[in-house]
Design a protein around this ligand. Structure first.
Ligand SMILES: NC(=O)c1ccc[n+]([C@@H]2O[C@H](COP(=O)([O-])OP(=O)(O)OC[C@H]3O[C@@H](n4cnc5c(N)ncnc54)[C@H](O)[C@@H]3O)[C@@H](O)[C@H]2O)c1
Length: 466
């Protein structure tokens, strides 16, 4: 057990949360809300951050959770050389059978099945013939599965967000440090074409010194949140997604928007997220939707949903930048991740249309289509890998998902640090818990814990990977 961490982050976290709630009711400021965390967390820490791990000859995988995303990752993994899926786990037997079928149809050995309930993943983690546990379960299972994997000597890769609470974040950090295993959050949006291109532009200095970033998750998920097994293309996501909207108010899904912006700003690699403040709107969309779908007298329409329809979060970085994040999943609206990066030389925007303005290149006061810059700034990863995703069918996300999986496997085969490590996983995910605290405390500013315990100062930025 690492004694350097806030001796009992959980106790501390819970105490602070209660304090935050009380302050929210009283309506006064709370400048020291997160001081206890950062003060203790700043101590030096002996374990290595990005473990130097021996290259693997092949990556033997245990897959936990084979719903929508688990199946997408499986499709990708079946296309990548030197990957073997040895075991598949899900609480629904039929999904495991489907995954086994896919694997056999791809000409590979049938993997073993783990279907004995909620914690059967532990048996899978104990096998001695797997290197990586790939976790695409609902949010509340991310940390238990990753901890079981690392404590059994396996690397862990998890879907987003990596953790729900701050205590869970610290558990991931401590366990990755103690075991020397990778704990990677699979943030696919960092590998989307435009996000990669913006990163390339930033690395090449096109935007100058960065000043502002924006991102978000703006996705009308009302139908998905109320979905039940057999309802349609979303299988049973509603079962686990809706309860979070019932009991939590904050930015519940920050990493798709923040991940790419954080990479541009070298977060945890010379820069860090310092503090945030969040505000939430009224909560209306889910009740209105439920009344229409199930009737005004239905239990779903009478349910109280705590989650604000719109949550806006402002983050300040150590270098001085401002990041705006939006979370908007209960209103009628087109999909967006609101990506914007601005620097001293110009500004680039992804939604609703891709456009850019660069001083000296663009006309005064004019936007140019981003497409004009594609040839010059397309990221080498995209150039070399996007074609290999052809034929995959994952709702338009196939290329970025494929590249993300490819990069994970490539790093494990080469024994190099992964593009995102445990510190990135928890820093990005912690926005949820911190925004919940801020909203509960009348939008008081809340400090980010320094999960790297000072190491962010010397860690190298992610380069242009090719
Ligand atoms: N990166 C992205 O673009 C993206 C998109 C969608 C979902 N996700 C993430 O992927 C994860 C899964 O989402 P989904 O859409 O695939 O949901 P899903 O409901 O389709 O799949 C989850 C699967 O996990 C299984 N499961 C539940 N508890 C389990 C347990 N204890 N052990 C083993 N299996 C268990 C379920 O039976 C189901 O098959 C979530 O964390 C979500 O946030 C990411």
């Amino acid at each position: 057990m690492n004694t350097n961490r806030d001796t009992s982050a959980s106790d501390c976290g819970r105490r602070e949360f209660l304090k935050a709630g009380a302050v929210g009711v009283l309506g006064v400021g709370l400048g020291n809300l997160a001081l206890a965390h950062s003060a203790v967390a700043a101590e030096p820490q002996p374990q290595s951050a990005s473990p130097a791990i021996r290259p693997l000859k092949s990556v033997r995988i245990g897959l936990v959770g084979v719903g929508d995303m688990g199946s997408c990752h499986l499709q990708n993994l079946l296309r990548i050389d030197n990957v073997e899926v040895r075991a598949v786990c899900d609480i629904v037997e039929g999904k495991v059978a489907q995954a086994q079928d896919m694997i056999v149809k791809a000409g590979k050995r049938k993997p073993d099945a783990y279907t004995r309930g909620d914690t059967d993943f532990k048996r899978l983690c104990e096998r001695d013939d797997i290197d990586l546990v790939y976790n695409a379960t609902p949010w509340e299972w991310h940390v238990p599965v990753c901890l079981a994997a690392m404590n059994s000597g396996k690397h862990a890769a998890t879907e987003v967000p990596a953790a729900v609470t701050l205590d869970e974040c610290w558990q991931l950090v401590e366990t990755a440090e103690k075991t020397g295993r990778h704990c990677v959050m699979m943030e696919n949006c960092c590998y989307d074409q435009t996000e990669l291109m913006i990163l390339n532009m930033v690395r090449k200095g096109l935007l100058g010194e960065l000043l502002r970033g924006e991102g978000g998750y703006l996705h009308d998920m009302r139908a998905i949140k109320f979905s039940r097994p057999g309802d349609g293309p979303w299988t049973a996501e509603g079962i686990w997604r809706l309860p979070h909207s019932v009991r939590r108010n904050g930015d519940l899904y920050p990493t798709h928007g923040l991940g790419p912006v954080a990479q541009c700003m070298n977060i945890n690699r010379g820069n860090r997220l310092v503090r945030l403040t969040s505000m939430g709107s009224q909560s209306r969309g889910l009740k209105l939707f439920a009344a229409k779908k199930f009737g005004p007298e239905s239990a779903q329409a009478k349910q109280h949903y705590v989650l604000s329809d719109v949550v806006v979060t402002l983050i300040q970085t150590h270098d001085g930048q401002v990041i705006v994040l939006n979370h908007d999943t209960s209103s009628p609206r087109p999909y967006s991740r609101n990506i914007l990066v601005q620097g001293t030389k110009g500004i680039v925007v992804k939604y609703p249309e891709e456009k850019i303005h660069i001083e000296g290149r663009s006309g005064e006061n004019e936007w140019e289509p981003l497409e004009k810059y594609r040839k010059e700034f397309e990221h080498p990863l995209w150039k070399s890998l996007a074609k290999r995703a052809e034929g995959l069918s994952q709702g338009g996300m196939e290329c970025m998902d494929f590249i993300e999986d490819y990069r994970l496997i490539q790093c494990l085969l080469e024994g190099t640090p992964t593009d995102m490590d445990v510190y990135d996983a928890v820093t990005l995910s912690a926005v949820s818990a911190l925004s919940e605290r801020s909203i509960a405390a009348n939008s008081t500013a809340v400090d980010f814990p320094d999960f790297t315990r000072g190491r962010w100062k010397n860690r190298q930025p992610l380069g242009i990977i090719s």
